[in-house]
Ligand binder design. Structure first.
Ligand code: AHR
Length: 500
């Protein structure tokens, strides 16, 4: 019997809702078709945004959305995407699939989408191929309420009031598609560009995110911070540093592996690769601690998720992949890790929201399905805005190959504003249903409710069978004094709501 120790009296940090954030890029069918179908579409929509998709996103309480990229962001010129749609520039999306980008989804549409979802806004600026003036004017256009050339243009384009930009990314992957820069050079550019990401209207300052490392590029983190971090200015120059890390099942970018057709060995290898996130958070945090021991600067994991080969027969530049119980476990493991490290990790954005990489939603014409990843997010949403409490779980090593053994279980526990404990557990073993005894320090349990998401390792939803995978009520849970006893099925994500 694995013991899960929980001490509700020891608080470890605030779980920002943004740890369950999302990312949408002008890539494949994410924006166009997936989120935005245009006002004249036969698919039910409000101001062009698909109603079915928006409703499904509201259900999982999407807290924040990043846009317009990704690599697309450093090729995006925002003025192409404002004004009458008929006159907006048409161009080739050179980075993703070579298709026509008609710019019908631009700044106004993004803000409208976030309004409908009810989420915060995270806009990513262009450092790689843009100018300081362009970035500065974009911020002015979006957020200035007074009289100015950009604010006047926004008003002329039909939006009198300024919008709120909660987060602003100063470039994306500037070590790669965002300009192939070296860290010191990017650091200097960051200092200059961020100066003009102004806080107008005296409202809450925009949270400025610098381009951080690719996975385990610790040198990038160190050199960028050395260049940017200004002890006298504190966090004035910098609010957060990004980190991008993808789970590539085979570990090889050339042949990443199928999204649905994989064996048990590859399952465990995928989990092992996913668990590297823990090491990345710890080691980047250790470098950040040298500059910022008070942890004022957030680690912003604004691209994460599983990246497989595309579905056979689809455009390789569209990154369209199916989504199985393996994705649900990858999501659960990562979301538990983000919670456990919420003292440093302040936002995380899964790549990507709809029809691209590890999506929560897939669409086909007017059809829509919720993926196993959507269902995992639906279980984790109860942690949003809670306080992480001390917990630890006993695990055993599982796997089929010596080099790919993993701990079977992961967990995180929060105390919600509702006074209840919210517990999420993943069981990545493919064979063992594991008995768990949760023991609460100095606290008795009044009642417990639970849900489980489980299935075969490659079970997934299709447009013909959209309900194959989904969470169900889990009744085999017993509360006794200060204990809760239950069995976590193999290949599952569990959620427990514990009244204390
Ligand atoms: O999410 C797909 C791509 O992955 C993004 O555009 C880029 O930032 C990353 O390399």
């Amino acid at each position: 019997m694995a013991k899960l120790y929980v001490n509700p009296n020891v608080k470890k940090g605030h779980i920002n809702p943004e740890l369950q954030g999302h990312f949408s890029e002008h890539l494949g069918r994410c924006i166009y078709e997936g989120l935005y179908v245009g006002e004249n579409s036969d698919i039910p929509n409000v101001n062009g945004m698909r109603t079915d998709v928006v409703e499904a996103l509201k259900e999982i309480k999407v807290p924040v959305l990043r846009w317009p990229g990704g690599c697309f962001a450093d090729e995006y010129h925002w003025k192409d995407g404002i004004g009458p749609k008929e006159t907006r520039k048409k161009m080739i999306n050179t980075h993703w699939g070579g298709v026509v980008e008609d710019n019908s989804f631009g700044t106004h549409e993004f803000m409208e989408l976030c309004r409908q979802i009810g989420c915060k806004t995270y806009v990513n600026g262009n450092v790689g191929s843009g100018t300081v003036q362009e970035m500065s004017e974009w911020v002015e256009y979006m957020t200035f309420e007074g009289v100015s050339p950009m604010a006047d243009q926004r008003k002329a384009n039909g939006h009198e009031e300024p919008w709120t930009v909660d987060y602003f990314g100063v470039g994306n992957e500037n070590w790669g598609c965002g300009g192939n820069m070296r860290p010191q050079y990017y650091g200097d550019l960051y200092r200059r560009f961020q100066t003009y990401v102004r806080n107008y209207n005296g409202s809450k300052p925009i949270y400025k995110v610098a381009c951080g490392p690719n996975a385990d590029d610790y040198n990038w983190t160190d050199k960028v911070l050395e260049t940017i971090f200004d002890h006298s200015a504190g966090t004035g120059l910098l609010s957060g540093l990004s980190l991008h890390y993808y789970t590539v099942p085979t570990g090889k970018w050339e042949v990443k592996g199928s999204a649905t057709d994989f064996d048990e060995k590859l399952w465990y290898k995928t989990m092992k690769i996913t668990l590297k996130m823990e090491e990345l958070i710890k080691r980047h945090t250790a470098i950040m601690d040298q500059y910022d021991p008070e942890k004022k600067i957030g680690l912003i994991i604004d691209e994460w998720g599983i990246w497989t080969d595309v579905e056979p027969g689809t455009n390789p530049g569209f990154l369209y992949q199916q989504n199985t119980m393996r994705d649900a476990l990858v999501a659960g493991i990562n979301l538990n890790l983000f919670n456990k490290n919420c003292d440093r990790v302040k936002m995380a954005n899964i790549a990507q929201m709809v029809n691209v990489l590890q999506s929560v939603i897939l669409t086909d014409g007017d059809k829509m399905i919720k993926t196993p990843t959507w269902h995992a997010f639906n279980l984790f949403k109860h942690h949003q805005d809670g306080e992480l409490v001390e917990s630890s779980i006993e695990t055993k090593e599982v796997g089929l190959e010596a080099e790919n053994m993993i701990p079977d279980l992961s967990e995180s526990v929060s105390l919600g504003k509702d006074g209840k404990l919210h517990v999420t557990i993943t069981n990545a073993s493919l064979v063992d249903n594991t008995d768990i005894e949760m023991i609460l320090a100095e606290t008795d349990v009044k009642s417990v409710k639970a849900s489980v998401l489980t299935g075969k390792m490659n079970a997934h939803n299709t447009f013909d069978a959209p309900e194959t995978v989904g969470s169900t009520e889990f009744t085999a849970v017993k509360a006794e004094g200060n204990k809760v006893i239950f069995t976590a099925p193999a290949c599952s994500v569990l959620y427990l709501e514990v009244e204390i």
